[in-house]
Each structure stands twice: as structure tokens, then as C-alpha cells.
Design a protein around this ligand. Structure first.
Ligand code: TXE
Length: 493
């Protein structure tokens, strides 16, 4: 009997129609887990549990101090179980343990950040210029939240939502990606152990269209926070509009990585290779669009190609592995299709470009680091988020051109630039319309700093202080301590 993996109203239950889903390793397509596949009715049960628990005040009425203490306890439990969580995530995603261990440390830090932030939240008194009036701005939980996550950083992305929702006092339904639900299942056990009252946290496993969609349609849900692809994000926003839900969306990016001649070129190249090929490009902030000053193009490209060729692609158990598989056969197909587009558009594939043919990898979804030169801004391989290990290279000849190219995208999540001239670096950083800009660096983020996108990269921010605001309603309470008539209309008596 497979484990019952839906967590609804404090109980572990199977799907109401008994359906299950096999979770398969991207490394060799073996079955690594079998989980319950929720029906729309199961999702509605989870929404009811969350709504009832929120309306009862069973958790929302806890003091902020008590909620933050619970969130700290969850951080402790994540630390305790970090090795279990990392191995579950490695199993689901094919990512090396060294990487999933990093993720678990970040997740613990995320819970601790929000616990500390909650304690700083204060009411604000407004001076309305009258002694008899008390005007106070307070914060309270937004209500019932649907927290929908992707497969590339499964528990990390869910934590960015769960931790602030807990601090705010929300009830919620977590919907992890159907491809990688194992760590979200374990997280529910930790929330239970930490003492979260029944019904506050609920978990639905299953397909987006059946198990996920009701979360975005149901009037009992107040907020949908979603991390995933642009197409799904648009659909969720449109659906959520019918019941005027709040939405928070993180929809990926097509992130420029700009290298000026006057920079530490060796560090720039090394970071460009990391930025494009880390986790085989399955990163929302992947710096897959390299823009290089024309004068150094040949030198930079030759070195990038040399480095890309040397990256060891392999399974999570192989100690030589530097990057792993793509998440699924479908995703591999999508990434492969970009090769055809690139060649048709006249770009040049310098390295990689076709599925890896190696005996130890033939059962999995492996695509090599791929470098495409002679790209133009309008090309599909440059504009689309491939979410694979594909680096495209374009050149620029002036600062203005670098800025224009860096902004020539519908997305706006992140960007990096390498330049030793501080004036130029500041100008470019200010002009790029992306939510995070790295200057002479690539990739770091901290839970204390906001994360999110301009333009089609999304709506709202996670992490930082704004990441808690998403889960709070603001209320203005005006009290007149000397009640009096308004006197607006004449009193006929
Ligand atoms: O994600 P989806 P997919 C990008 C990346 C990738 C593309 C598609 O470019 O190639 O998205 O990936 C749930 N109502 N990113 O198809 O569909 C779904 O079950 C409610 C960028 O795997 O966006 C899963 O839990 N939920 C990204 C989640 O949405 C629905 C990370 C994400 O699935 C739903 C991942 C619906 N109608 C992919 N349809 C990033 N921003 O980092 C699907 N879901």
C-alpha cells in the first residue's frame, strides 16, 4: 500500500478516488516514491480545512511572539532533519547532495529570518491632528493562502511562502510540483511536530490542472502565491481575478550577464559559466544570456567553451558530477527544441547541442552545457526562458547598447554586470529593469533581501520585509474618544 500523502485537517489521507502517482528519478527514470494524486474534491476539502481553521482563530489568534517561536522551532527541526530532506530532494530532482544540503541551510535561514522579522512588526500611530482621535495602523493575516511551488528548488520555494504565512497567522494549502513532492510531505510532519494546530497547514499532491486549479478558483482562498512558469502564472492570475484574490507570482526570467572589457574577465567568465550551467540551467535567475563587449568577444567565448566542455555531467551518486539531469523527459524535449530554433535563426552552436549519449546516463534526462554564439536579441533561443543549460552570446559596443540589450526582454528577474569603472557600473545597475542586479558577482541572495521580478517575471516580492507584507492585511482603526454628531446634513427636527 502506498503511503497516504495528502495532509488535510491534520490527517494523512489517500486520494478520494484512490489514485496515486509514481515519482520518477530524472537520473534513471526509476520509481523513487508513490504518492497520492489528489482530486479536485480533495483540494476543496483542504481549502475547507484551511478556511475553518482560519475563521476559528485557532492559530491566527496566537500572539506574534508565540507564532515566531513556532517558526523558530520549525527551523530547528529542519536543521535536525536536513540530511533526510536533502536526500529526498536529491532523489526527486537528481541534484547532487552537496547542492540540496546548501538548499536546506538556506531554508533554515529563511524560517529564522521571518521569525525575527515578525517580532519587529509594530502598529503605527497616525497623527491626524486631533487629540480626541486615535488612528492606528495594524497588521493581520491575509487569511487562507494557496502556496503553489515548482520542481527546481522544491522545498526552498515553498519555504519562502510557508515561513511568512506562519508568521502572519495564515492558514494554507501547499501544492508542490507533482514532479517533486517529497520534501513538502516531510515539511508537513515537521509542522505537526512543532505544534501547529490542526487544519492550519494542508498539503495537496497532484497535477496542476486538477489538484492545483481549484485553489485559484475557490472564493474561500484569499491569496495565491505561485512560483513557476509564465504560461501557468498568466492562467492563475486570470482565474484569481474572478474572485479578486491577491496574487504573488514569481515566473522566472531571462537574465542578462553583461561583461565589459574593463573588468576582472577571469572572474566574469567563471561566474558566467556557473550562472548558466548550475543545476543545468534550471534556475529562475540563471544568467543564460551573456552579453559581451565586442573587443573581448573571441577571448571570452574561447574560454567559456573550454570551461563548458570540461563540466562533468552525471548522476547524483557519481562523485565526479558537477551538474545533473533535467527534471523530465518533457522538459528535455523542450530544451532540445531550442537547438533547432537556434540553427534555423542562424546562430552557431559551439559546444553541446544534443542529448548526452553515455551508457550510464541513457535512462535519464541529460543535456550537456551548450554555448550558442552569434546570437541576436530577436532570436527565440535568446528571448525564451529555456530553463536548460543553454548559454546564448551576443555582443555590444557601447554602454547604451549593453543597457538596451539587457532590457530587451519581457522578463525582469535578475541581471549581472562585470565592470571596473564604478560610474559605468552604477549607471548600468540603475538602468537595468530587473529585480536583482549583481555587480561584479553572480547569484548570491539572502533571506533578508527582497527577491522578485519586474515586468513578466511576476508580481510582488518574496523574502526581505516585503515577503512578509504579502501575507498581511493592513487595517486602519480610527477611534473617536469624544463621540459627536457629524452635522453634515441638516437635522429637520
Ligand atoms: O511549471 P508550471 P512547469 C518555468 C520554466 C519551465 C516552465 C514550465 O521555464 O520550463 O516554467 O515548467 C502547478 N493551477 N519555470 O510546466 O506549470 C504545477 O502543478 C494551479 C520557472 O513544470 O508553472 C506546479 O506545482 N497550479 C520557475 C506549479 O504550478 C498549477 C520554476 C509549477 O508548474 C496549474 C519552474 C493551474 N492551472 C518552472 N498548472 C521559476 N520561476 O523558477 C500548473 N500548476
Amino acid at each position: 500500500m502506498p503511503e497516504s500523502t495528502l495532509y488535510i485537517n491534520g490527517a494523512w489521507v489517500a486520494s478520494s478516488d484512490g489514485a496515486v502517482r509514481e515519482i520518477r528519478s530524472p537520473h534513471d527514470n526509476s520509481v523513487v516514491a508513490t504518492v497520492s494524486e489528489a482530486t479536485a474534491a480533495d483540494t476543496r476539502d483542504a481549502i475547507k480545512a484551511a478556511r475553518d481553521s482560519f475563521d476559528s482563530g485557532v492559530y491566527a489568534s496566537w500572539s506574534m511572539k508565540d507564532r515566531c517561536a513556532l517558526v523558530e522551532k520549525v527551523a530547528d527541526l529542519i536543521k535536525r532533519d536536513a540530511e533526510i530532506l536533502a536526500s529526498l530532494e536529491t532523489r526527486d530532482t537528481g541534484k547532487r547532495m552537496v547542492e540540496t544540503r546548501y538548499d536546506m541551510a538556506d531554508i533554515e535561514a529563511t524560517f529564522r529570518h521571518f521569525a525575527a522579522l515578525g517580532l519587529k512588526l509594530k502598529d503605527r500611530k497616525v497623527d491626524v491632528g486631533a487629540d480626541n482621535i486615535s488612528s492606528v495602523i495594524t497588521h493581520e493575516a491575509v487569511g487562507v493562502c494557496a502556496l503553489i511551488g515548482p520542481w527546481n528548488y522544491p522545498l526552498l520555494q515553498i519555504s519562502w511562502k510557508v515561513a511568512p504565512a506562519l508568521v502572519a497567522g495564515c492558514s494554507f494549502i501547499v501544492k508542490p510540483s507533482e514532479l517533486s513532492p517529497s520534501t513538502a510531505i516531510h515539511l508537513m510532519k515537521l509542522l505537526e511536530e512543532a505544534g501547529l494546530p490542526q487544519g492550519v497547514a494542508n498539503l495537496i499532491c497532484g497535477a496542476g490542472a486538477t489538484a492545483g486549479a481549484p485553489l485559484t478558483e475557490d472564493p474561500r482562498v484569499d491569496l495565491v502565491s505561485f512560483t513557476g512558469g509564465l504560461v501557468t502564472g498568466r492562467r492563475i492570475m486570470a482565474t484569481a481575478a474572478q474572485t479578486v484574490k491577491k496574487v504573488a507570482l514569481e515566473l522566472g526570467g531571462k537574465n542578462p550577464h553583461i561583461i565589459f572589457e574593463n573588468s576582472n574577465i577571469d572572474a566574469a567568465i567563471d561566474n558566467a559559466v556557473t550562472g548558466a550551467f548550475l543545476h543545468s540551467g534550471q534556475v529562475c535567475s540563471a544568467g543564460t544570456r551573456v552579453l559581451v563587449e565586442k573587443s573581448i568577444h573571441d577571448r571570452v567565448v574561447a574560454e567559456i567553451v573550454r570551461r563548458a566542455k570540461a563540466i562533468y555531467v552525471g548522476g547524483p551518486e557519481d562523485p565526479r558530477t558537477e551538474t545533473g539531469p533535467l527534471i523530465s523527459k518533457e522538459h528535455l524535449g523542450k530544451v532540445e527544441a531550442y537547438m533547432h530554433d537556434a540553427e534555423k535563426d542562424g546562430a552557431t552552436i559551439l559546444v553541446g547541442g544534443s542529448r548526452i549519449d553515455r551508457e550510464d546516463l541513457n535512462k535519464g534526462w541529460y543535456f550537456p552545457p551548450t554555448v550558442i554564439d552569434n546570437c541576436l536579441s530577436k532570436m527565440k533561443c535568446v528571448q525564451d526562458e529555456s530553463f536548460g543549460p543553454i548559454m546564448t552570446i551576443e555582443t555590444f559596443e557601447s554602454v547604451d547598447e549593453a543597457i538596451a540589450l539587457g532590457n530587451d526582454t519581457i522578463y525582469g528577474l535578475s541581471g549581472a554586470l562585470w565592470c571596473d569603472d564604478k560610474k559605468i557600473a552604477d549607471r548600468v545597475a540603475a538602468a537595468l529593469r530587473h529585480g536583482t542586479i549583481w555587480v561584479n558577482d553572480f547569484g548570491p541572495y539572502r533571506p533578508q533581501a527582497e527577491w522578485g521580478g519586474f515586468k513578466a517575471s511576476g508580481v510582488g516580492r518574496e523574502l526581505g520585509e516585503a515577503g512578509l507584507d504579502e501575507y498581511l492585511e493592513i487595517k486602519h482603526i480610527w477611534t473617536n474618544n469624544k463621540p459627536a454628531r457629524s452635522g453634515w446634513f441638516a437635522d429637520p427636527s
